[in-house]
Design a binder for this molecule. Structure first.
Ligand SMILES: [Fe+2]
Ligand SMILES: [Fe+2]
Length: 172
């Protein structure tokens, strides 16, 4: 049985992943309403991916016969000024999540919860990918500035994102 400290920390991370999912969903709505339909699609898929992250930990907790403690989700920010601001915010959020995952990894290691250590290794890799993706999108947006044709091209590119194949454990 995992210690209370480990269970609390993983529950907290499930909450953070669901919060990220909710934030991406609000961002997707903003994009749809501002005619950035490609970005809206990308962000909706990202929201689903974050939900998958939460479910991966959810299923792990069930497999370990741990106690799930689902909390209220905060209302996500719904107003943005520009598409660039959305992806800058997403990038900041991903960097913050990476910090949370690293702290969680350190905690489960210290608590000798080795199966949780192995679970979290997947998350460490995933955060490297997610930070990279967001950083690249932000860089592209900074390059084109507010040029409308450039924005539309980026938006079209984001719209070509393929949906991840989501398994029971949320694997993308
Ligand atoms: Fe995540
Ligand atoms: Fe993420």
């Amino acid at each position: 049985m995992m210690s209370q400290t480990v269970q609390d920390a993983i529950n907290k991370q499930i909450h953070a992943e669901l919060g990220a999912s909710y934030t991406y969903l609000a961002m997707s709505a903003w994009c749809e309403q501002h005619s950035f339909t490609g970005s809206a699609r990308w962000l909706r898929l990202q929201s689903q991916e974050e939900y998958g992250h939460a479910m991966r930990l959810f299923d792990f907790m069930l497999a370990r016969n741990a106690r799930l403690d689902l909390r209220n989700l905060e209302q996500p920010r719904g107003e943005y000024k520009t598409l660039t601001e959305i992806f800058e915010t997403a990038y900041e959020q991903e960097k913050a999540v990476s910090g949370q995952i690293e702290a969680l990894y350190e905690l489960v290691f210290r608590e000798k919860a080795y199966p949780a250590v192995v679970q979290l290794e997947w998350f460490l890799n995933e955060q490297v990918e997610e930070e990279k993706t967001c950083r690249e999108i932000v860089a592209q947006l900074h390059l084109i500035g507010s040029d409308p044709s450039g924005l539309l091209e980026i938006d079209r590119g984001l719209g070509s994102r393929a949906p991840g194949v989501t398994t029971k454990s949320g694997q993308a």
